[in-house]
Design a protein around this ligand. Structure first.
Ligand code: ADP
Length: 342
């Protein structure tokens, strides 16, 4: 598909180039050949002016048919035709090289134009295939469970288990569709920022999170930090990181800490640190890729879809920053962003 688009775009650029060459060469040829014509007409006029009367060599006998003016006129015309041919040959040669070089450039520019579109298309296709896979898995589980229950004339108890398990899968699906929707909205939303106290927002969000999840979070929050941003998105960002910190916490008491500190006068750093399973150096670069989950087969932490950090990193991007990760396998993970203070 992209090969044919590449050929079409190259041909389009080539036709543009050809049109430019023709529209420059034709007038160039007409103007130059007009000059050549005028030059040779001048030569002929001068000849006629200066060579009035019989042109002859008094000391030599000339044949009666000998007409030196006719010979000179013929010479001038021959020169004029030669000049025009030379001009035409030159223009053809120049155009040939311009078109040959231009074709290579046309191909190069067409490729440059199409490569980002191709990558976007590939990413879109990958995204769709991953999303369908994520949607299919819980649906298949639900279908299989219901089929078995129906076939075996299951007891009330068994049916209750099936319904419970189906409810969990439905929750997973709802979660997935929420995250997919959030990603799409993030990509297409108008981002109107406002000035707000990040310190207050973070403090309030942590309190709510503690209540909802019955967990204690350590804090080190500078109360003076205000930024220009989108408060709802910052809350989403914090919730994603806190959820992850809770999920990827090996079998030990969780120690989760949120810090908000000023860096100089104009910047503030927001960090979420946990004492969980950690992330290997190899995986750190991949965890922001959509649907990527570390070592899915061997670890059973969490029930996510690998979209949380993609969302978080989009939110960071909207705020003109990027997420930094510091982690040691089996020891800790810390996600930080540096924001511009107002
Ligand atoms: P998920 O829905 O799987 O949590 P995320 O995009 O939030 O998706 O995270 C991607 C992967 O990064 C996770 O599957 C997990 O392996 C790893 N990860 C994220 N946060 C942490 C953390 N705090 N500690 C260890 N691993 C983490």
């Amino acid at each position: 598909m992209f090969r044919s688009a590449l050929l079409k775009l190259t041909s389009f650029y080539f036709i543009l180039l050809l049109t430019v060459c023709i529209s420059l060469s034709v007038p160039a040829y007409l103007i130059s050949s007009d000059r050549i014509n005028r030059g040779s007409s001048n030569q002929l006029r001068v000849l006629n002016e200066f060579a009035r009367g019989p042109l002859a060599f008094p000391d030599r006998e000339m044949p009666p048919t000998f007409d030196p003016r006719a010979i000179l006129k013929e010479q001038v015309e021959k020169q004029r035709n030669d000049d025009r041919r030379e001009l035409l040959r030159g223009l053809i040669l120049v155009n040939f090289f311009v078109l040959a070089g231009g074709t290579i450039l046309c191909f190069y520019f067409a490729k440059r134009t199409l490569t980002p579109i191709e990558k976007l298309h590939e990413a879109q296709a990958n995204f769709t295939s991953h999303a369908s896979h994520e949607l299919r898995t819980p649906l298949s589980v639900m279908k299989a469970e219901i089929e078995v229950a129906l076939r075996q004339q299951a007891s009330k108890e068994k049916l209750r288990d099936v319904l419970k398990s189906n409810l969990e899968e439905i929750e997973r699906l709802t979660d997935l569709s929420d995250q997919l929707l959030a990603l799409t909205l993030l990509e297409n939303r108008e981002n109107t920022k406002e000035l707000f106290s990040l310190s207050e927002l973070v403090t309030k969000d942590i309190e709510n999170f503690e209540k909802q999840n019955k967990i204690k979070i350590d804090t080190d929050i500078n109360p003076e930090v205000s930024i220009e941003g989108i408060p709802t998105l910052i809350s989403d960002y914090l919730r994603i990181l806190l959820n992850n910190a809770m999920q990827y916490i090996a079998n030990k008491p969780a120690i989760i800490k949120v810090s908000l500190n000023q860096l100089g006068d104009s910047k503030a750093k927001l960090s979420v640190r946990d004492n969980g399973i950690g992330i290997s150096k190899d995986d750190i670069n991949k965890i922001f890729t959509r649907f990527y989950r570390v070592n899915q087969a061997s670890t059973h932490h969490g029930s996510g879809h690998g979209l949380g950090l993609s969302l978080a990193s989009e939110i960071a991007k909207i705020h003109g920053t990027r997420i930094e990760v510091d982690s040691e396998l089996g020891l800790y993970t810390e996600f930080s962003i540096v924001l511009n203070q107002k």
